[in-house]
Design a protein around this ligand. Structure first.
Ligand code: ASP
Length: 313
């Protein structure tokens, strides 16, 4: 039976200031157009996820690809994962510094490697061997992020940063934003897929890998249950393997919306974590939730587009 395609994406969850809203909405709209256009023309959920995420990686407003947060030593290190719900194939890359679109490298790993996960220079070499161009790390850096890193490191020196990243810091947009991007899609063949891409957290230690590119943490997809992408403070999400936790709730009979709400409640109550989640099942039922002040997301179905910057409280 032919299904009606659906694409649901997010562009981060944090205390997004009013002046950042229009740029996030524009980026989300562009990503939806690119991904859904493929679905309409008979493309797969994988194609749609890759295209939508790549558009957001190219958009400097998000913490993915060019414009990402900087590491403690002023470089960009990127992580991404794609997962195909049809056959559970997955591909991930982490700590890559020379790829413009890590989500495309993740897709290449998924399609062309017996392995699932590559890091650092090994990931870059694999991508290059499969046709991707290696760039200089400075091409991924924008002045806004140099300034943000300096402000953060200054605040750290003054003792103004809570390095547990919990509590009120999540309300401070200058030092605690989560602009990771992600997408989940359902194609006309009834398959679902998920992808997540990130520059990680601001001033992270070089070599640090967060939840976004780890299977079952920031991303997961299984046609028999659901596809999921998360954003937020990565370490608590990893400890709870929260993506798989949410997907398992759908397998057990919860609606994607109830599972999304429960996952964010669990993140907060168990570990004081914060973030946002999008979830989609093979029937086209979806859900989203966040405990950050705002979350940027967008939905495209046969009925049209819905763009939202949802606000808590
Ligand atoms: N989850 C990402 C990480 O911890 C950051 C984010 O979502 O903004 O790497």
């Amino acid at each position: 039976m032919q299904r009606s395609p659906l694409l649901l994406i997010h562009g981060g969850a944090w205390a997004m200031p009013d002046e950042a809203i229009a740029a996030h909405e524009a980026g989300i709209a562009d990503a939806l157009a690119a991904g859904y256009g493929l679905l309409e023309r008979g493309g797969s959920a994988m194609d749609a996820v890759e295209a939508a995420v790549a558009v957001m990686e190219d958009d400097e407003i998000f913490d993915a690809g060019r414009g990402s947060f900087l590491t403690r030593d002023g470089r960009v290190q990127l992580d991404a994962l794609m997962m195909n719900g049809e056959d559970l194939r997955a591909g991930g890359v982490a700590c890559v510094e020379r790829l413009k679109n890590p989500i495309r490298a993740a897709r290449l790993v998924l399609e062309h490697s017996p392995h699932i996960y590559f890091v650092g220079t090994g990931a870059e070499r694999f991508a290059m061997q499969h046709g991707m161009r290696l760039i200089d790390n400075t091409e991924l850096i924008v002045p806004r992020e140099r300034e943000r890193l300096m402000a953060f490191q200054q605040a750290e020196l003054e003792g103004a940063v809570d390095t547990t990243f919990s509590g009120p810091i999540m309300d401070d947009p200058t030092i605690s934003s989560h602009d990771t991007v992600g997408a989940v899609a359902l194609d006309q063949y009834g398959h679902i897929a998920a992808g997540t891409s990130t520059g990680g957290t601001l001033s992270k230690a070089p070599g640090r890998v967060g939840d976004s590119s780890l299977i079952g943490c920031g991303c997961y997809a299984d046609d028999e249950s659901a596809a999921v992408s998360l954003t937020g403070w990565g370490e608590p999400i990893m400890k709870l393997v929260l993506g798989k936790w949410a997907v398992d709730r759908v397998t057990a009979g919860a609606s994607p919306q109830d599972a999304a709400t429960a996952a964010i409640d669990y993140l907060q109550t168990r570990l004081g974590g914060h973030g946002g989640i999008i979830l989609l099942d093979g029937k086209g039922r979806f859900g989203l939730a966040h405990n950050t002040p705002r979350m940027a997301w967008g939905l495209r179905t046969a009925d049209g587009v819905q763009l939202g910057i949802t606000r808590n409280g």
